[in-house]
Design a protein around this ligand. Structure first.
Ligand code: ADP
Length: 306
């Protein structure tokens, strides 16, 4: 199984390696201005305090990537982990809505942004908290997006975390690229697809994007994988079946799980209640728990077979 590089394994969480001369964060690059060097060091120190950084990606919109990101983050907290949930879907931030946090105001503490805390061990940050209203559109070019993502990673008071779950916009554009460049070594990608070939084909591109950037692919989640009819209990494969599984085999990456369609996921998303919390005994919540088990398992493995 692919490894999520464990920063804890080779550096303790309170590692001070960036203080030492041999740490790359401590080596000023040729022609690197002092302020950029300091920013890079600050970011490296912050990222060092986070055990695992997982970028949640999808080839196309509407496959349930944000829903998966939010429910994975909550499932990890239910497994006893401290988690950050960062929404860098700059043009369509849905995490505030999904988590019931719309309209929350951010505060600053010692020149850092304080993320919104949910239930003691989940910290949430989204561009959505900075927009006047959910209908406001963000019209930014690449360098501005890079700047804000850098701020969200480096100037938010994340503190020590077991996991940082990053909800990226669909595709392989500026935002996932910026995240991959900024989080540093050891980040992993979780790819979300529906079983349908149309979605699977796009995820192939995401796998190749990750490989070009040396971002390890932790695995694929097949979302919207079948619906159990509430009337006759028969299974309906609305988006076909097995596409994610076949892709995982073809690309030699793990299949982390299959999340079925459940209309209550839609209801929960609209009302801002995390589904896995509210319907902990449902098949879909159990499927999320299975994904978390596989992620925790892979985070403790040392072999990277990507
Ligand atoms: P994306 O982030 O990929 O654009 P969203 O997370 O916004 O997708 O989900 C798109 C829609 O699909 C939302 O209405 C969401 O509630 C719904 N959805 C996602 N996953 C499931 C699922 N497993 N069962 C039922 N509805 C789902």
């Amino acid at each position: 199984m692919a490894e999520i590089h464990d920063t804890k394994a080779d550096k303790p969480r309170d590692c001070q390696s960036c203080e030492q001369a041999e740490c790359s964060a401590n080596k000023q690059r040729q022609d690197e201005p002092d302020d950029e060097f300091r920013q890079r060091q600050d970011l490296a120190r912050k990222m060092c305090q986070i055990g695992h950084k997982l970028l949640i990606m999808s080839g196309k919109g509407g496959v349930g990537k944000s829903t998966v990101a939010a429910n994975l983050a909550v499932s990890l907290t239910l497994a006893g982990k401290s988690v950050g949930l960062l929404d860098v879907d700059i043009h369509g931030p849905s995490i505030p809505r999904l988590m019931g946090l719309e309209g929350q105001q951010l505060v600053m503490h010692e020149s850092e942004i304080v993320p919104i805390e949910v239930g003691g061990n989940l910290k949430v940050m989204s561009i959505g908290f900075l927009l006047g209203s959910p209908e406001d559109a963000v019209i930014w070019r690449g360098p501005m997006k890079y700047g804000v993502i850098r701020q969200f990673l480096g100037e938010v008071e994340w503190g020590p975390l077991d996991f940082l779950i990053i909800d990226a916009p669909p595709g392989t554009g500026d935002e996932p690229l910026s995240v991959a460049q900024l989080v540093g070594d050891g980040a992993g990608a979780v790819l979300v697809t529906t079983p349908q070939e149309l979605s699977v084909a796009d995820v192939r591109r995401s796998v190749s994007f990750c490989r070009k950037l040396s971002l390890s692919v932790v695995g694929i989640i097949e979302n919207m994988s079948g619906l159990v009819c509430p009337h006759c209990n028969g299974r309906i494969d609305v988006f076909k079946t097995g596409g994610g599984e076949a892709l995982a085999r073809e690309m030699n990456v793990p299949l982390l799980g299959r999340i079925p369609i459940d209309p209550k996921i839609v209801e929960c998303g609209d009302s801002g209640v995390p589904y896995v919390h509210r319907f902990a005994d449902s098949d879909a919540a159990k499927a999320f728990a299975g994904v978390v088990d596989r992620i925790l398992e892979s985070s403790s493995t040392k072999t990277d077979d990507n």
